[in-house]
Write a protein that binds this ligand. Structure first.
Ligand SMILES: O=C(O)CC[C@@H](O)C(=O)O
Ligand SMILES: [Zn+2]
Length: 481
């Protein structure tokens, strides 16, 4: 079902693509212009296959100059543009709603420089996260972010959405690790803020405006990012807990006892594990608990780290916080344990349609929302699962059903948003607003803030050609009176 039909969206009055436009782009970047329904199809649909646009054109620039020329042309002709990285987003931000031209960063995948002393990497926006990490590992460094989609997502898309992921607990968000950006603005002008300085207090920090703006304020073409040393010793423990209260207490204990070597604290409920086993045939090292936690340590001295970890495990077992568990120190087993957590999203897609909620809450209340939602939906949902980045106060609430239904959606929303706002939480912790959540921004931001955002948008993109229908709410429909 096309997005515009499912959600009854009206097309804004942008120009429609003409043969002359395609000819212009063909001259600009011969062989890197994709047309034809079949060829464009994959770019029109999101990874979840939940939103679908009808673009007729994909452009694959290689340089910032080409992105500039594309946007200058589109700005002048009033053609709408949908910037796209690896297309792994979960809120419909990376695919067109109507016939927006898709501007793909797939061929902008050059590493520009890496400084081994400072650990600062400068690269083009279309570099795949996992490739960057492999490149850095050879030099004794890692990327400061890691997520399940690493094999496909682009660093430009990560920055544009301010993606969080599995290492945020340790290295913080991209708002801290991104040092500089190069961005092409809606009118085609390139803004060079691609500095590589840890400290720079000269005026407003403009790059922050583009981090998390989901391609609505400009197209990120290059990134400068601070990368940490690759840890010499990594350990992972996968543990079972008998209640959510114990998950919380285990976190407190583990923070106190592992201190600076703690690098991830993830949790998942029993239902998640069942689905991963059933749909992906992954074997479960620990069973029989309503909750599981994955704890990772990263440090520089394996003897020291292992001693700390075993002291912690001893204490957690002795006090009954944890009832069962396994520990991995070798790479292969570490990867297997991480798969159980990273591939939950993939397992869920095998269930049918997935309603996704990415919520920030006071950590003590994180699981109450799952319990309340389960009770509220009863048998109308196939499964209601909760997992996420507990250490960051971030819950991933997912609800599955055989197929999409308006009535189930109405039972979930706005209830889930009201519940979240009731705890002063965020309705999007790390996935962004994209297309699916933009109408709900007011649950997490005051009207005054939304108006200010709209003013920034109008200033930077007066014609509204950049990723339209996304992030900011559309103007309320005027009543007929
Ligand atoms: O699918 C989801 O809801 C979460 C995806 C991702 O943010 C994760 O942490 O695995
Ligand atoms: Zn996540």
């Amino acid at each position: 079902v096309p997005t515009c039909e499912r959600y009854a969206v009206r097309r804004l009055p942008f120009a429609r693509l003409e043969d002359g436009d395609v000819a212009f782009f063909e001259r600009l970047m011969p062989g890197r212009v994709v047309t034809g329904e079949e060829e464009v199809k994959a770019f029109n649909v999101d990874w979840l296959k939940s939103v679908r646009g009808c673009s007729q054109l994909v452009l694959k620039p290689q340089t910032t100059a080409e992105v500039s020329q594309v946007l200058r042309y589109c700005h002048e002709k009033n053609l709408a543009v949908n910037p796209q990285g690896g297309n792994t987003g979960l809120v419909g931000g990376s695919v067109p709603v109507f016939d927006e031209i898709i501007l793909s960063t797939a061929l902008m995948n050059k590493i520009i420089s890496f400084d081994k002393v400072s650990g600062i990497l400068v690269c083009q926006a279309g570099c795949v996260l996992e490739r960057l990490n492999e490149y850095l590992e050879e030099q004794g460094f890692v990327m400061p972010l890691d997520l399940g989609a690493k094999g496909s997502c682009h660093i430009g898309g990560n920055v544009a959405t301010n993606a969080g992921g599995l290492r945020l607990l340790r290295y913080g968000s991209l708002r801290g690790t991104v040092l500089g950006l190069e961005v092409v603005l809606a009118d085609g002008s390139a803004l060079d803020c691609l500095t590589s300085l840890r400290k720079d207090n000269t005026g407003y920090d403009l790059k922050q405006l583009f981090i998390g703006s989901e391609g609505t304020l400009g197209v990120i073409t290059a990134v400068s990012i601070l990368c940490p040393q690759k840890p010499k010793a990594v350990n992972v423990a996968f543990l079972g807990c008998q209640s959510f209260a114990k998950v919380l207490e285990t976190f407190t204990t583990c923070r106190a006892m592992l201190g600076e070597i703690l690098s991830a604290y993830e949790f998942m409920d029993e239902k998640c594990m069942e689905l991963v086993e059933r749909h992906l045939k992954l074997s479960r090292p620990v069973t029989g608990s309503p909750f599981y936690v994955l704890i990772e340590t990263s440090g520089s001295n394996s003897t020291h780290d292992e001693e700390k970890l075993s002291n912690f495990l001893e204490q957690a077992m002795a006090s009954g916080l944890v009832t069962d568990g396994t520990v991995a120190t070798d790479d292969k087993k570490i990867k297997e344990l991480w798969s159980l957590r990273e591939r939950i999203t993939e397992a869920l897609t095998h269930e049918g349609y997935v309603y996704k909620y990415d919520i920030s809450l006071p950590v003590g209340k994180l699981y109450d929302l799952v319990t309340d939602m389960r009770a509220r939906l009863g048998h109308s949902a196939k499964s209601v699962v909760g997992y996420g980045h507990l250490g960051d106060g971030n819950l991933h609430l997912n609800i599955t059903a055989e197929s999409y239904s308006h009535s189930l959606l109405d039972a979930i929303e706005p209830f889930v948003y009201e519940w979240t706002a009731g705890c002063s939480g965020s309705i999007s912790a790390e996935h962004g607003l994209g297309f699916k959540k933009k109408q709900f921004i007011q649950y997490s931001k005051p009207q005054q803030a939304v108006v200010l955002m709209q003013q920034f948008k109008a200033m930077l993109d007066p014609k509204g050609i950049l990723n339209p229908y996304k992030t900011l709410p559309s103007a309320p429909k005027r009543s007929l009176c």
